[in-house]
Design a protein around this ligand. Structure first.
Ligand SMILES: C[S@@+](CC[C@H](N)C(=O)[O-])C[C@H]1O[C@@H](n2cnc3c(N)ncnc32)[C@H](O)[C@@H]1O
Length: 317
């Protein structure tokens, strides 16, 4: 196995990217410092505008050659520098989407001299027209009521009606709250739901996702949960320890799921004198699907369809 696969390196991204062979990455999914002065235990987010943009151009030029011709890039930004950085990327790639992540920030006062900013701007760029994109894996199923309302004959058999609709480019997903079980000690941790949607849509199963700015490791954890591989960099050693712990617990969850029986387990033969129905339900062992359904938010996902279903529920707007 290549020495960079499924590794997080505690080093500067621009230096570390040299470890990765050109044309070996399916997806770059990254959430770089925003240039807003956040504290990541280093000065990486405290550069002046010109310095920040010049540095951004340097890491972009170090990272893009790593993509396969079918590869894509998602980048999280804010309104402050997305115009400049989108122009930089448009000179090198084709822009496919601007996705607005509405962080569902509650209304509580906020700015008095501007409108309170409550969204991230995410760019989706691709290297060529033959980019990988699997919409079916992230479609959002219709609930029974909506499906019934669209039962006119012209809709019957329509793929979008059967498999669900395109998630569109406005994603309303709550940011990670202090009480969220997913939460770790990182100031800008992203929700797994969002990152998993990107991974499933834009990286084939078994493919490699690169995140040069891992933070708490959300990209790596999402990749593992979705059956993809990862590689990444993070400057802060404390965050690297958090990534290790998150990956270990993701592995343990995967292990637990993989140990579940995959075939439906037959109910035990029931004596004719007892109530068949009641007894069979009580003695039925859980199937892996049932276990997945009952699992907490962070439980690893075993099959693609189960994953898609979970994401659809989590991300439906
Ligand atoms: C916006 S955060 C990423 C958050 C991440 N998406 C998550 O969900 O936890 C950016 C991270 O990049 C790291 N970083 C900044 N400059 C870096 C560099 N030159 N090389 C590697 N990591 C860097 C910071 O320490 C910070 O943790």
């Amino acid at each position: 196995m290549s020495s960079f696969i499924n590794q997080i390196f505690n080093e500067d991204a621009i230096t570390g990217l040299q470890r990765i062979p050109d044309g070996s990455i399916d997806l770059i999914l990254t959430d770089p410092p925003y240039g807003l002065g956040k504290d990541y235990g280093n000065d990486s987010d405290k550069q002046e505008a010109a310095e920040y943009l010049a540095w951004t151009e340097r890491w972009i030029d170090a990272a893009l050659p790593k993509l396969k011709p079918t590869g894509s890039l998602y980048i999280f930004l804010t309104w402050r520098y997305s115009p400049e950085i989108f122009v930089m990327l448009k000179q090198r790639m084709t822009m496919i989407n601007e996705i607005i992540w509405d962080r569902r920030v509650p209304s509580m006062g906020g700015s008095t001299r501007s409108f309170t900013s409550v969204h991230d701007t995410i760019g989706l760029f691709v290297k060529s027209k033959s980019y990988y994109f699997d919409l079916d894996s992230v479609r959002i199923p219709y609930d029974a009521e909506t499906k019934k309302a669209r039962s006119r004959s012209i809709f019957v058999g329509a793929k979008w009606l059967e498999l669900g609709y395109n998630p569109k480019d406005l994603w309303s997903v709550s940011r990670i709250h202090k009480e969220d079980p997913e939460r770790v000690e990182h100031p800008t941790q992203k929700p797994l739901e969002i990152i998993e949607r990107m991974v499933m849509a834009s990286c084939p199963e078994g493919g490699v996702v690169l995140d040069p700015f891992m933070g708490s490791g959300t990209t790596a954890v999402a990749a593992r949960r979705c059956g993809r591989q990862f590689v990444g960099f993070e400057l802060n050693p404390d965050y690297c320890a958090i990534i290790d712990a998150r990956l270990q617990s993701a592995e343990a969850e995967l292990q637990t799921l993989n140990n579940q029986p995959t075939e439906p387990v037959r109910t035990k033969p029931v004596s004719k004198t007892t109530s068949t129905r009641k007894k069979s339900t009580a003695t039925k062992k859980p199937t892996s699907k049932a276990a997945t359904k009952a699992a907490p938010k962070t439980t690893a996902l075993k099959t693609r369809s189960v994953r898609a279903k979970k994401l659809a529920v989590a991300l439906s707007d």
